[in-house]
Design a protein around this ligand. Structure first.
Ligand SMILES: Nc1nc2c(ncn2[C@@H]2O[C@H](COP(=O)(O)OP(=O)(O)OP(=O)(O)O)[C@@H](O)[C@H]2O)c(=O)[nH]1
Ligand SMILES: [Mg+2]
Length: 333
């Protein structure tokens, strides 16, 4: 065969037969791309794999009720706002109560496990933007559905919600983390450095651990236990949905977790609208904001000026100037 496909490639290709969901197929196509020898004879295959990947990724974001992926109803939730953050935790840990406190919505809340049976999106205001929070049914030793795993994989970040008033919480978290690790999903802090190479692909979600219901942990012993077991792995953020303690800093931490910045585009000679930021990934530069304002602006850009608190007040900047949260940029084309 001119393409000289390796046995590893052919082995990986076989897995496509049993793959059901878009996420599973994405995994396999990514592996195939890695394993495909790159030369003239395989160029077309590389292109085909890439376009298949793009299609699958698009498909994942679309909610589908047709059941065409063979898993019945698709529970995937379309992303809106500045980013999608999924709430993950054991039963009764306070996920829905936290969503209520942060968004003002009315998800079902109950003092029994599995109050939440279906995933649902809610919008949280953070200053001048909105962030999508996804409420997820709990994960236990007995209960972990494939659509829960898919939802976690596609989210931009995850917040683990644990009950800081219950002594059994560290044990429940251990089970939850182990079950997801088994499915190659891991929760890591923002400072986590992935290994250079890995035998299998691992889905790593940036996250932190919310220690909820601190109002019920009067001595603070349970919070101490949570810290003892998990602080090395994830930052721990204590809150109470009941009293409101810790909620305002939590909004900021959720925003930070998304690793995005807000940049304002100011039309030359006009005032800037500080209610309408462009949300860009951290590390974005002037070309990125230009492209976000208008698809042709990146090419047509002649020069730009920057306003930044404590630094710039309308100085000219280059196209590759890296921007920061709250920058104001004037684009000249
Ligand atoms: N005192 C106190 N109770 C809380 C707090 N947060 C949640 N609760 C209570 O804990 C119970 C469970 O809350 P939920 O928000 O339904 O928990 P959940 O994690 O969504 O539960 P599932 O959907 O079953 O996984 C309810 O009785 C809540 O009123 C809190 O901060 N303080
Ligand atoms: Mg719930």
């Amino acid at each position: 065969m001119a393409a000289n496909l390796t046995p590893q490639y052919l082995e990986a290709h076989k897995k496509l037969r049993t793959a059901v969901t878009p996420a599973e197929k994405i995994e396999i196509y990514e592996e195939l791309l890695r394993l495909l020898p790159k030369h003239k004879a395989t160029e077309k295959m590389v292109a085909q794999h890439r376009s298949m990947l793009a299609k699958l990724k698009e498909e994942m974001l679309k909610p589908s009720v047709s059941g065409k992926h063979g898993v019945g109803v698709s529970y995937l939730i379309e992303k809106t706002g500045a980013g999608q953050v999924i709430l993950v935790g054991p039963p009764n840990s306070g996920k829905s109560s936290l969503i209520k406190a942060l968004t003002g919505a009315e998800p079902e809340i109950g003092d029994y496990p599995f109050t939440t049976r279906m995933p649902a999106p809610y919008m949280m205001k953070f200053e001048n933007i909105k962030i999508q929070l996804v409420d997820l049914p709990p994960i236990t030793a007995e209960f972990l559905e494939s659509w829960q795993i898919e939802l976690i994989k596609v989210a931009d970040a995850a917040v683990i919600v644990a009950d800081a008033s219950a002594p059994e919480t560290p044990g429940l978290l251990e089970i939850l983390f182990a079950r997801l690790k088994d499915k190659r999903v891991e929760f890591v802090s923002e400072s986590f450095l992935p290994p250079a190479e890995e035998a299998v692909r691992v889905f790593r979600k940036r996250s932190f651990l919310v220690a909820a219901k601190t109002d019920l942990d009067s001595g603070g012993e349970n919070l101490e236990a949570l810290k003892f077991f998990y602080e090395a792995q994830l930052p721990i953020v204590p809150i109470s949905a009941e009293t409101g303690d810790g909620l305002e800093p939590l909004r900021r931490r959720i925003f930070d977790l998304l690793q995005v910045i807000r940049v304002y585009s100011k039309p030359p000679g006009k005032k800037v609208d500080l209610n309408d930021p462009h949300v860009l990934r951290r590390g974005a530069n002037v070309v990125d904001i230009a492209r976000s304002v208008h698809k042709d602006f990146a090419e047509q850009l002649a020069y730009a000026k920057l306003w930044r608190e404590g630094g710039y007040s309308g100085q000219m900047i280059t196209r590759d100037q890296v921007l920061q949260d709250q920058d104001v940029v004037e684009l000249h084309i």
